[in-house]
Ligand binder design. Structure first.
Ligand SMILES: [Fe+2]
Ligand SMILES: [Fe+2]
Length: 276
């Protein structure tokens, strides 16, 4: 099973450049074209938040227009740049929440791996939260009689990355509660995947592999100095491809650059000799 993770789109209405610099709509078009050209093609795409930049209906209308070309199933969780109501209105199939539920938590049960969406958005705030109600929801989901392995996807990572201006807006309240739940089910939670930090980052957290995906648009500057500037860089747009091997019970994560680069070039000539 192949899971493509696209994150931190930051689409502006009218193709507005993000931070007066980044053509995020063009970046999303490139990302969609890349995913659709992949062989083998991913089974599902997970968008881990910051779909829009200001969270307006106009932004989501533009996202929907671009995603018309994405003809494989996809699902979304909101990030701090999103607003729940217009996001869910624009993408009901990609946010299949139970009716009457205030937060965008849900389970995708269509695949070998259960995909569990957690909504960490506190609207209007940069940092994330998981209120008690949502932790209870997750506890109930994991208590269900379903033996399948799981992947959790959410926007705000519950870790400190060393990039201080992002760490002050990570998952705050609820992170410890999440860790307790994850630790109790670490034998079948195969990964936790996040967005928000706009960099590829990997660690183990609560006994489980945790990764943060690179943005399909701009990246956060790699700066581990205490008090490092809040800044972005135009390092290459990229995505994570999570490969779930159900037989081996192994989840492997590849990072792939979206831009086209020179190559591929063969290592061997037509006679089978190594090119030197
Ligand atoms: Fe973002
Ligand atoms: Fe974010």
């Amino acid at each position: 099973m192949l899971i493509a993770q696209l994150t931190d789109l930051h689409i502006g209405a009218g193709r507005r450049l993000a931070y007066r610099k980044v053509d995020t709509a063009g970046a999303l078009e490139n990302a969609v074209a890349y995913v659709m050209s992949m062989e083998p093609r991913p089974d599902v795409v997970l968008f881990t938040g910051d779909i829009g930049d200001l969270g307006t209906p106009d932004e989501y209308a533009l996202v929907a227009e671009i995603l018309k070309d994405l003809t494989i199933p996809y699902f979304m969780v909101p990030g701090n740049h999103d607003c729940r109501a217009p996001l869910c209105a624009a993408f009901p199939d990609a946010t299949p929440v139970a009716s009457g539920q205030a937060f965008v938590n849900y389970v995708v049960d269509d695949f070998d791996l259960r995909l569990i969406a957690l909504d960490t958005l506190e609207e209007g705030k940069p940092g994330g939260v998981l209120p008690t109600e949502q932790l209870d929801w997750l506890r109930d989901v994991l208590a269900e009689e379903d033996e399948r392995d799981c992947l959790i996807f959410l926007h705000h990572p519950p870790i400190l990355t060393g990039i201080t201006h992002m760490d002050v807006q990570n998952l705050g309240a609820g992170a410890d509660g999440l860790a307790d739940i994850v630790r109790a089910h670490r034998d079948r939670i195969r990964a936790i995947i996040c967005g928000h930090v706009h960099r590829p980052i990997h660690t183990i957290w609560a006994g489980v592999p945790l990764s943060i995906g690179p943005s399909v648009a701009h990246q956060v500057a790699f700066d581990l100095r205490v008090g490092g500037a809040s800044a972005f860089v135009m390092e290459p747009p990229a995505l994570h491809l999570h490969v779930w091997d159900a037989d081996q019970k192994n989840l492997m994560t590849h990072m792939a650059y979206i831009d086209r680069h020179d190559g591929p070039h063969p290592f061997f000539d037509e006679t089978g000799k190594l090119i030197v």
